[in-house]
Design a protein around this ligand. Structure first.
Ligand code: PGA
Ligand code: ZN
Length: 441
């Protein structure tokens, strides 16, 4: 059988380094037509227990984080299966990868190997077709390309800041912005204002893993209060154009219905945790909360969504790990109303896209997200646009592994037009979006 021009001619894997200085896997895919697609696996540290395994070498070298085995898996196991497969047929590529590893968590190959290959093929396919990656993504997904609403961290916390505060991400969104560019400009003002507030009180101590200010606070509420003041100092009214969003990442400090707030040295039961977050929703212009309860606390997620799901967006990250089966269960359970899509949680582009499509069909919000360990790779900016995701989350507004993704969205915006900016528009049917627009939260 003759290969078409977009058939895969070769794969090459190498060790490169991520934003924490840790080793990670880069893959280059060459097509018969001579085009190259490249991608790098990201890495999370606040990981769900049900996400694809990040295959590491263990031992003493590099703190056990070596990726020698993962690189070898690409060269020896995956490459032979993919030579000759059409790169534009992402499903066939991903099926071939999955056929090599039927373990639940891609333990044989490693999710870091599979995601780098899957993304590199996606990028190679776009090159072979002679179209931008976002356009190829739109063709894969059947969606109309759009510029997503950015969700941007101002203070880091949790596992990304030595557990200096319990809550992991203190973020803002600007659903009232008229363009992606304006959303970034307003975010920049808030980020700058937050930095000067920290400086004024002698609490400026650099940044956390995703570029948000290091959280020198005595309690979690102090971070929220400072964020409100930063929004005001930037000339905005909290809850008007700018809203707060949190990633509680509750699995990091809670299990079996108990939540240990280390900063305040107290343990909360499920009900108390829900009450605490409810108070924050009332007091701090919060429009979105990710993983409010732990991944093993279905009862808590259901109760929280029952009570607050009409007022705020409730995102499952560790709770869903971009897994379609878990998402379908959560839809039945009404345990959240939005899903975070991280390709490396599930290990292939096709599986992540499937999860996003199921969420969209069920009317859930969709947020394409980076990991805390990132690189110059901008594949997710293209996926967020081409898959028609409503939001994009890639950390803060500093450090180039983050800014590369925001800047890539700006470049794509010049091609597809700022009028494709999602802002609050497709979220308009939900009460929480109405609350945002009417300044009721
Ligand atoms: P991680 O965290 O990339 O460190 O796992 C990101 C998140 O929880 O959203
Ligand atoms: Zn999260």
């Amino acid at each position: 059988m003759r290969s078409s021009d977009s058939s895969i001619a070769g794969l090459h894997a190498r060790r490169v380094w991520d934003s924490r200085g840790n080793p990670t896997v880069e893959v280059e895919v060459a097509t018969e037509s001579g085009e190259i697609g490249r991608a790098i696996a990201p890495a999370g540290v606040s990981r769900g227990t049900r996400e694809a395994i990040d295959l590491r070498d263990g031992g003493d070298v590099l703190g056990g984080l070596g990726v020698g085995r993962a690189v070898l898996n690409v060269q020896k196991l995956i490459a032979p299966e993919l030579i000759g497969v059409d790169a534009t047929d992402q499903e066939a590529v991903d099926e071939a990868i999955i056929a090599l590893d039927h373990s639940a968590l891609k333990a044989r190959l490693g999710g870091n190997s599979t995601v780098a290959v899957s993304l590199a093929v996606m990028n190679a396919a776009a090159a072979a077709k002679g179209v931008p990656v976002w356009q190829h993504c739109a063709e894969l997904s059947g969606a109309t390309p759009s510029l997503p609403l950015p969700e941007i961290q101002i203070f880091g916390g949790g596992a990304h800041a030595g557990r200096r505060v319990d809550i992991q991400d203190f973020m803002i969104m600007v659903p009232g912005a008229s363009s992606f560019d304006e959303a970034l400009e307003i975010t920049s003002e808030v980020y700058r204002a937050a930095g000067s507030l920290m400086s004024q009180k002698g609490a400026l101590a650099g940044v956390a893993d995703e570029g948000g200010w290091w959280p020198v606070f005595n309690h979690n509420e102090e971070a929220l209060e400072t964020l409100i003041r930063a929004i005001e100092l930037a000339g905005e009214k909290p809850g008007d154009r700018v809203v707060i969003s949190l990633d509680v990442a509750a699995s990091e400090f809670g299990s079996k219905g108990k939540y240990r707030l280390a900063l305040e040295d107290r343990e909360l039961g499920r009900e108390e945790m829900i009450r605490l977050l409810g108070r924050w929703i009332d007091d701090y212009a919060i429009a979105s909360i990710e993983d409010p309860l732990a991944e093993d606390d279905k009862e808590g997620m259901r109760a929280f969504t029952q009570e607050f799901g009409r007022r705020v967006q409730i995102i499952g990250d560790d709770y869903l790990v971009t897994n379609t089966a878990l998402l379908e269960e959560a839809i039945t359970d009404e345990a959240c109303n939005a899903v975070l899509i991280k390709v490396n949680q599930v290990g292939t582009v096709s599986e992540a896209l499937d999860c996003l499509k199921v969420a969209r069909k069920a009317g859930l919000g969709t947020i394409v997200s980076a990991r805390s360990g990132e690189t110059e790779d901008v594949s997710i900016s293209h996926m967020a646009v081409g898959f028609g995701a409503q939001q994009i989350k890639v950390g803060s507004f500093s450090r180039s592994e983050r800014m590369a993704k925001w800047n890539e969205c700006l470049r794509i915006g010049d091609r597809i037009g700022q009028d494709t900016f999602v802002s609050g528009k497709p979220l308009a049917s939900t009460d929480w979006a109405r609350n945002i627009r009417e300044g009721a939260c």
